[in-house]
Design a protein around this ligand. Structure first.
Ligand code: NDP
Length: 489
């Protein structure tokens, strides 16, 4: 069968239409009624099955990153990094691994416009031979908060006001002005890169610090960056606003059509490596998600090329049902003490269990491809495979069931300190990196950044404006003065 998107093939075989259980329809146009003008009969199961399934077509949308587009592709390794990691995906130069990517906006609902000022999600699933590795990042290297306790409140500010279901810039700026660690991400968001020109022209960042473990069981901290090979391109605000009205699906269409034309988008995978011994020496907490590692301290190493070269054949099955989870790490790649990462390891799987059901990992898009899942999980809603057949459902057992393999054990990670709730004090450090970003922008970018901020901040109470101007000024005096002038403060 062909997609209505494609030209119909002459003489294509048509099949008999059936119910979900294979019973043929004699008539798919007219419901069963008592006489030509009479009421319908309850026995018309063809009609009621069709209607009941339709009524249940929508699964809950993702609370964040609801609107997205995805594509299949490959990651090809270009440099040997086996001194840092034993991960099979990086085992040799030239190695190709199948993967799936989903890009998204964060705040909007499933039908919202693509060309809004917002962070973009950059979620990747690599089907490696030792299980799926998911890297669930954004198009920015940092995030608004460094402690997950603040995450739910932050997202509420990006969603809708409880009273009237309207989005509210007052909520954004109230929160940001009271949480100065957000200044770095706010500066990126209101810069030119806050509205990327579709998904092909933006970078992706793993953002968190992860760990690499090599064959000698040595640990290195690592950051992942995917640099667009199409070049960075952004929409200016006025242009983006117009497109949001004319073609709210602009980025989704752009990605799909480019791949259909054979223009496969590519990203260069770069990593930054920090030896475990340097953790304490680094000027910043290397596990603070509001900070980057400056390139001069930790230069990037190019390790591969990711190419997206196949569109999904069914959006719901592949893009909507894709379940990315930072908890999917494979041997040779692991977590770090980053508090946001630790919370996401829990929260993604938790949200999939709610959104797709407990057996979400069995869906074709989420199943491992070269590896095989063997375990003692059984039953649950929508268990549509053979549910383990007649094999044992407990372990240890004497009947040849799958067994653990200590070869996959990670080296221990030394941790110390008293269990407590630590508020990383607001120190100058929160202003240095946003200031560095402001200072590296050429004057025209700086003035667009300031104008974008002023256009939004002019809608909020003066008290909040003043708090924000103080933060911008601490990052760089010219930054603070520019916004203050624009607001007439
Ligand atoms: P570098 O001069 O070595 O790197 C600057 C980085 O900034 C480049 O990666 C560049 O990306 C990126 N960049 C340029 N304009 C913007 C923008 N409007 N929004 C987001 N990123 C942008 O400097 P440092 O490594 O010392 O970092 C200086 C500042 O650059 C940081 O404080 C941070 O704000 C920002 N940055 C740093 C990154 C890092 O990992 N070190 C990563 C991304 C941003 P590109 O190469 O694609 O042009």
């Amino acid at each position: 069968m062909k997609s209505p998107n494609k030209e119909k093939k002459k003489g294509a075989n048509s099949k008999t239409l059936t119910t979900a259980t294979g019973i043929p329809y004699a008539d798919n146009q007219n419901s069963l009624s008592a006489g030509p003008r009479g009421p319908l009969l309850l026995q018309d199961f063809h009609l009621f099955e069709k209607m009941a399934h339709f009524n249940r077509e929508r699964t809950p949308e993702r609370v964040v990153h609801a609107k997205g587009a995805g594509a299949h592709g490959t990651l090809t390794v270009t440099k040997n990094i086996t001194r840092y990691t034993k991960a099979k995906i990086f085992s040799e130069v030239g190695k190709k691994t199948e993967m799936f990517a989903r890009f998204s906006t964060v705040a909007g609902e499933r039908g919202s416009a693509d060309t809004v000022r917002d962070v973009r999600g950059y979620a990747l699933k690599f089907y490696t031979e030792e299980g799926n590795w998911d890297l669930v990042g954004n198009n920015t290297p940092v995030f608004f908060v460094r402690d997950p306790m603040k995450f739910m409140d932050f997202i509420h500010t990006q969603k809708r006001l409880p009273q009237n279901n309207l989005r509210s810039e007052i909520m954004w700026w109230d929160f940001w002005s009271l949480v100065p660690e957000s200044l770095h991400q706010v500066t990126i968001l209101f810069s030119d890169r806050g509205i990327p020109k579709g998904f092909r022209h933006m970078n992706g960042y793993g953002s968190h610090t992860y760990s690499f473990i090599n064959a000698d069981n040595e640990r290195f901290w690592v950051k992942f960056h995917f640099k667009t090979m199409q070049g960075i391109e952004n929409f200016m605000q006025e242009e983006a606003d117009k497109i949001a009205g004319k073609d709210p699906d602009w980025a989704t269409r752009d990605l799909f059509e480019a791949i259909e034309r054979g223009e496969y988008p590519r990203w260069r995978l770069e990593i930054q490596i920090m030896p475990e011994t340097e953790t304490e020496k680094f000027r910043w907490n290397p596990f603070d998600l509001t900070k980057v590692w400056p390139h001069k301290d930790y230069p990037v190493i190019e390790v591969g090329v990711m190419e997206l070269n196949r569109n999904p054949s069914n959006y719901f099955a592949e893009v909507e049902q894709a379940a990315f989870e930072p908890s999917n790490i494979v041997s040779g790649i692991s977590f770090s003490p980053d508090k946001m990462l630790q919370a996401r390891v829990f929260s993604y799987a938790d949200t999939h269990r709610y959104r797709l059901g407990v057996n979400y990992a069995l869906l074709p898009i989420n199943r491992p491809r070269t590896a095989k899942a063997n375990n003692y999980q059984r039953d649950g809603f929508m268990r549509f495979d053979d549910n383990g057949g007649d094999s044992p459902n407990y372990e240890p057992n004497s009947f040849g069931g799958p067994k653990e393999d200590p070869a996959f054990k990670e080296p221990p990670l030394k941790i110390s300190g008293d269990a407590d709730r630590y508020n990383q004090p607001v120190v100058d450090d929160d202003y240095v990196q946003p200031g560095n970003l402001f200072r590296l922008m050429p004057p025209d970018q700086q003035s667009r950044l300031i104008q974008n901020l002023v256009n939004s901040l002019k809608k909020v109470p003066r008290l909040i404006q003043e708090r924000m101007v103080s933060h911008f000024g601490k990052a760089d005096p010219a930054y603070g003065e520019g916004v203050a002038k624009g607001l007439g403060l």
